[in-house]
Design a protein around this ligand. Structure first.
Ligand code: DGY
Length: 317
């Protein structure tokens, strides 16, 4: 049995494959593979492990001759053509659960960075511009008693709600369906998207990218935000009208925005670099040593299960 991974992954995964006598190889380059490289490297693989940045489209899927499983090393799977995979009876899996806390934590890292002006303060000190404590130096906004509006009430949305209650915030949420867990565990109040946008001090996005959520946080919705609101995106760049958000930030229509994801990742709109009311991270949501190792083990276990005739642990399709 042969398994190929499109990128170098944590050692834990290799050990798992070794235990099962599976012939594992991975992209030897320190860069992402092109589509034609993915096609030539995976053509005879029984299983493949892919990144969220790999475009596993119909062309790639139709070139797979023996593949039984595509294990995405991410919770999101908008990079995979599920219809094409299903047509070839290829199972697709992801890595949910294991990265929930890490993603909720990075969400709060961005919330704090935006609300308490962490980046500006750090730059001031580093550039030798801190001339002593002053009553009005870099005043930010507190979180206690503020309204957080969480869009998406899955695992990550709920983990963000849990942390928010610890900071004494009022939790609003919007999702396709009401979630009793949100309401019972975090006293969260369900709002339609319009009301959530209008009434939240902090807005945080936790929805997968699907045809239904593409552009969900539209120009019209963004225009409803309070002038001192902060918006955080750790989901996918495409769920928000990024161009309009940039215009609003330029014109100081809202207080700030924290980005972990972008529309044309990794090609970031250069206009963002000129703004002082944004905090920009390089898609770090699941980037902890523990989480990435856990994701590797889960991806490997999904592959091993399928290649040994068992049900995968976290099947999408
Ligand atoms: C995922 O796994 O989909 C996340 O975007 C990682 O941060």
């Amino acid at each position: 049995m042969k398994v190929f991974s499109t990128y170098h992954l944590p050692a834990e995964l290799k050990a798992r494959f070794k235990e099962h006598n599976i012939d594992y190889s991975e992209n030897p380059h320190n860069r992402s593979l092109t589509t034609s490289e993915i096609i030539s490297d995976t053509s005879d693989a029984d299983g493949i492990i892919t990144l969220l940045s790999d475009n596993i489209n119909r062309e790639v899927i139709s070139s797979l001759t023996k593949c039984k499983i595509i294990a995405n090393y991410a919770v999101g799977y908008n990079n995979i053509d599920l219809v094409a995979a299903r047509e070839k009876s290829i199972i697709v899996t992801n890595t949910p659960g294991i990265l929930t806390d890490a993603t909720a934590e990075i969400t709060f890292a961005l919330i704090f960075a935006c609300a308490r002006r962490v980046k500006e303060g750090e730059e001031m000190v580093r550039e030798g511009k801190f001339m002593g404590w002053k009553p009005e130096l870099l005043l930010g906004r507190g979180l206690s008693g503020k309204n957080i509006g969480i869009i998406g009430a899955g695992r990550i949305g709920q983990a963000v709600a849990k942390i928010a209650t610890g900071f004494n915030m009022n939790v609003y949420y919007h999702s396709r369906i009401k979630k009793v867990e949100m309401e019972n565990n975090f006293h969260a109040v369900y709002l339609n998207l319009r009301d959530l946008m209008m009434n939240s001090d902090i807005i945080s996005l936790h929805i997968p990218l699907t045809p239904e959520t593409n552009g969900l946080v539209s120009k019209e919705m963004l225009d409803l935000m309070k002038p001192d609101a902060i918006i955080i995106n750790t989901a996918r760049g495409e769920v928000i009208d990024e161009d309009h958000l940039i215009t609003m930030l330029k014109n100081k229509k809202i207080l700030a925005a924290g980005f972990d994801v972008y529309k044309n990742e990794p090609n970031i709109n250069p206009e963002l670099f000129d703004l002082d009311n944004v905090v920009l991270l390089p898609h770090l949501g699941s980037a902890t040593v523990e989480t990435r190792a856990g994701m590797a083990i889960l991806a490997a276990d999904n592959v091993i299960a399928v290649l040994t005739g068992k049900l995968p642990l976290t099947q999408i399709s």
